[in-house]
Design a protein around this ligand. Structure first.
Ligand SMILES: NC(=O)c1ccc[n+]([C@@H]2O[C@H](COP(=O)([O-])OP(=O)(O)OC[C@H]3O[C@@H](n4cnc5c(N)ncnc54)[C@H](O)[C@@H]3O)[C@@H](O)[C@H]2O)c1
Length: 450
């Protein structure tokens, strides 16, 4: 019997990523790429000096990871809260210049590039100002706070020709790269449906972060922090938990869904916004005054491909993708990828024949076995293939991709256009939730339509 299934040999023949794979039972362990294990700049002696804007929960991690990379140096840090000046110096050295004014970093000609890890409502202004000042930028996800912000950011990136990379680290992950390769080689056959989910079940996961105990208008420029959002009296909870409110954040869509969307776009080789989004959800668990849903299920169409993604801050579920195709299922989680083949053929005579009278049924069954039974000793033995590698959430490879692009001027995958399209999926998910109706993206007017 002929099968269309992929054999281990065919799988291992799949190009470069397989070359670093070692076989152990049915599990392939991806060895770290040389660049990740002991990174070396592609253009030797090209030291990259970066400035960081926003040294909070994410920025502090990005700072620590970046200065651990060879030929990468932090020139200065900016934050509106002085406690984070102290934190930046604890990470990068007591002599690190610090400021509350990011324009000082943009005016510094010795700084090559900027890492921006500020709340979503500040992304656009900082990216536009940075590229206009001639700096390359790594800006955290979601790229934009609104579709209009995204359009302005793409325009600025194109106008200035600077490198812009958005911080959805799955795009630089080896596990996701392996999935990209397997899907591109047709291991799934015709792609039918993509599913993805992520859930958390604790106050921290639901963004109930403790504000820094000393926070006050004396050590924080609260007015500037609020940006162009209508001003409110100083509120430490908004400072720490800004994700809960649409004025500053983008809800679970921009915080978490964007990772699923960016990773999926990368694995499927897509670079477009969804054609349509329909979502449901609600504030089901964390009734703490937030105005963004804590449960959000979204059905997208990418062309004709249905993509069903769901986020839940009331039940913990590890981030998972499930790509469903005519030749099997590819499941991708943190460090693991599993391909389970399916033949797409009947394994037994059709049970519908049970409704035939005996003579017809027996003739059908006998013919079926004659035509379909494998020769003795030649039964197909489909293999599930597992691959294990570094967690797709690691930021180090993504930072390295950026610094290498700053040196080489080679384009990055997750540029402003990609980041804009990924963020648009999230804005569409939010709009559909608030409008209670399906929405589409109208590229001609750059707007979301019901
Ligand atoms: N890639 C990831 O996995 C990941 C994880 C967490 C957060 N993020 C993203 O990182 C960004 C920051 O999130 P966070 O959790 O670190 O927030 P945070 O509130 O902990 O830190 C943000 C910092 O930016 C500072 N800031 C705000 N406006 C500023 C301005 N105009 N100039 C200078 N400093 C300013 C604040 O004072 C604060 O210290 C968000 O876009 C978030 O979505 C990404």
């Amino acid at each position: 019997m002929k099968t269309n299934w992929y054999s281990r040999r065919e799988f291992l023949g799949l190009g470069a990523a397989a070359a670093g794979a070692s076989l152990a039972g049915k599990t392939i362990v991806l060895s770290s790429q040389p660049l990740q294990a002991t990174p070396r700049p592609s253009a030797a002696s090209d030291r990259v000096r970066f400035g960081i804007i926003g040294v909070g929960m994410q920025g502090s991690g990005l700072l620590a990871e970046s200065i651990a990379l060879p030929e990468v140096e932090c020139a200065a840090a900016c934050d509106l809260y002085d406690g984070r000046h102290a934190l930046a110096r604890e990470i990068a050295g007591a002599a690190l210049p610090v400021t509350r004014r990011y324009q000082e970093l943009l005016n510094d000609r010795t700084i090559d590039c900027i890492i921006a890890a500020v709340p979503d409502h500040w992304h656009k202004q900082i990216v536009v100002d940075a590229v206009t000042a001639g700096k390359d930028v790594y800006c955290e996800k979601p790229m934009s706070h609104s579709p209009a912000d995204g359009v302005a950011m793409v325009d600025a990136a194109k106008r200035t020709g600077r490198i812009v990379q958005i911080g959805s680290q799955r795009v630089s992950s080896q596990i996701c790269a392996k999935a990209t390769e397997m899907i591109a080689h047709g291991m799934l056959g015709d792609l039918m449906l993509v599913e993805g989910w992520l859930g958390r079940n604790d106050p921290t996961g639901a963004w109930q972060y403790p504000p820094p105990p000393d926070l006050s208008p004396r050590n924080l420029d609260w007015d500037t922090w609020q940006g162009s959002v209508p001003k409110r009296p100083f509120d430490p909870n908004i400072f720490a938990r800004w994700r809960c409110w649409k004025e500053y954040g983008t809800g679970v869509a921009g915080d978490l869904l964007v990772h699923l969307v960016s990773g999926m776009m990368f694995m499927l080789g897509l670079n477009e916004p969804p054609a349509q989004a329909m979502s449901v959800g609600g504030i089901r668990r964390w009734k703490d005054g937030r105005n963004m849903p804590d449960v959000h299920a979204v059905l997208f169409s990418y062309g004709e491909l249905p993509v069903y993604l769901r986020l839940n801050l009331g039940t913990a579920m590890p981030e998972t993708y499930r790509f469903q195709g005519s030749k099997g299922i590819l499941e991708v989680t943190g460090s693991d990828l599993t391909y389970t083949p399916q033949s797409g053929k009947d394994a037994y005579p059709s049970y519908y024949a049970n409704s035939f009278p005996r003579a017809l049924r027996e003739a059908y069954v006998a013919r079926w076995h004659e035509e379909n039974d494998p020769r003795l000793g030649q039964a197909p033995m489909p293999e599930t293939i597992s691959v294990r590698g570094p967690d797709m959430d690691e930021v180090r490879p993504h930072l390295w991709t950026f610094f290498e692009a700053v040196r080489s001027r080679k384009p990055v995958v997750e540029d402003a256009v990609f980041g804009h399209y990924a963020a648009l999926a999230c804005h569409m998910a939010n709009e559909s939730y608030f409008r209670k109706s399906p929405v589409t993206w109208d590229g001609a007017s750059n707007s979301i339509k019901s």
